[in-house]
Design a protein. Sequence first.
Length: 409
Amino acid sequence: MTGRARGLVRRTLLARRWIDPWVLAASVTCLGLLLSFGKVGFLIFVACGIYLGLGRPRSWRAAPPVFTGFLVAWAVWQIGLSLLRGEPISGNRTLSYAGIELAVAFLPLGLALVRDPIGAVANGARIGLVLLAVIAPLAYLGGEERVGLGGNEAIFAFVIGVVALAARLEVRHPLRWLPNARWWSYLVVVPVLLSGTRAAFGIVLLVLVADAASLARGRRPAWLRTGGGMAGALIVALGVGIGAAYVVQNRIDAGIAEYQTFERTGIAAGSVDTRVVMWSAGWQVLREHPLLGVGGTHRMEAAGEKAGRNGFMVTYYQHLHNMLLDEALSSGLVSVALMMATFASFLAAVSSAPRSQRFRSTAVLLVIFFAIFGSFHGVLLNEWTLISLFGVMSCMLTGARRTAARTRA
């Protein structure tokens, strides 16, 4: 390489050290708004990671070893089992989404020029939440009965829940207009409620419990130590709580009415009763094929056969609205075990990371939110949810690993 070429490469890398953090932040912002650049931005970092991983094996030292190992094993198991079964490649959702999980393993390598990946994610999440607080109500007033910004409302709710948790992460050198604070998460209340996704309502309760525990330990922010601050917080909480209670009660009443109709007629026609039928049928299939499942392309057909006269409602959907059943029927309980090991390794790495208590509590909240939401939706069968969830997890582990390296040094 000539001196001029080396100089060009050096200048490019120096420029990217300033650009890459904002590309990552913009990607997180766009994910929250369901804009395609969010996916493209993470794809760029994955592509850089693949280039480094294949061209410079030493770069793998940047990846969290245990988490990466389980993630790769999980993805390879799904892909290998699907190919051994001879399942078609076209339209095979198992291959598509396992491929995304495998690609995310390269993400930590691609973040080489992002000095503070946790900070970039947090900044992007905060900007996204501010925009959502304006855009979601406008979409609702514009005629959307359930706000999804043009996409699936449940997917939208999960992604913004992940973004809300990411906004709690601490930036090493925060901008004055993007300070480190827990209250960022509460900006998600209105968009989540307007999405009408019952499984996502728990995100508000989770952050409330986490912050209440922090206050009980005496870790109160300065503005909450005064009588005026506490009174203002109480007024806002009551106002939001009353409105939220109305929306939540309506959604709960609708679910109860659906199930009561199902008990009378035996015919599934809504979201609650259809889930009951799906889970019952899926469990019957799983008892017959526990170890390897029946395959992602045959999963819904097999469950539909067990559902009897409600089979048409099962096969109408593309997944069973429960991540454990979907995973077990697609790739067996072996795959479920690898999935659980992946998330367990994430929590284990976070627990030993030299970061703040808020960082560790955010990681726990993220996994709990994933478990709650995934009990009612196919979280692992959509590119938006996969990229947002594993993207944030990978950035958290990458940042924590670098902090540990600096501490040792």
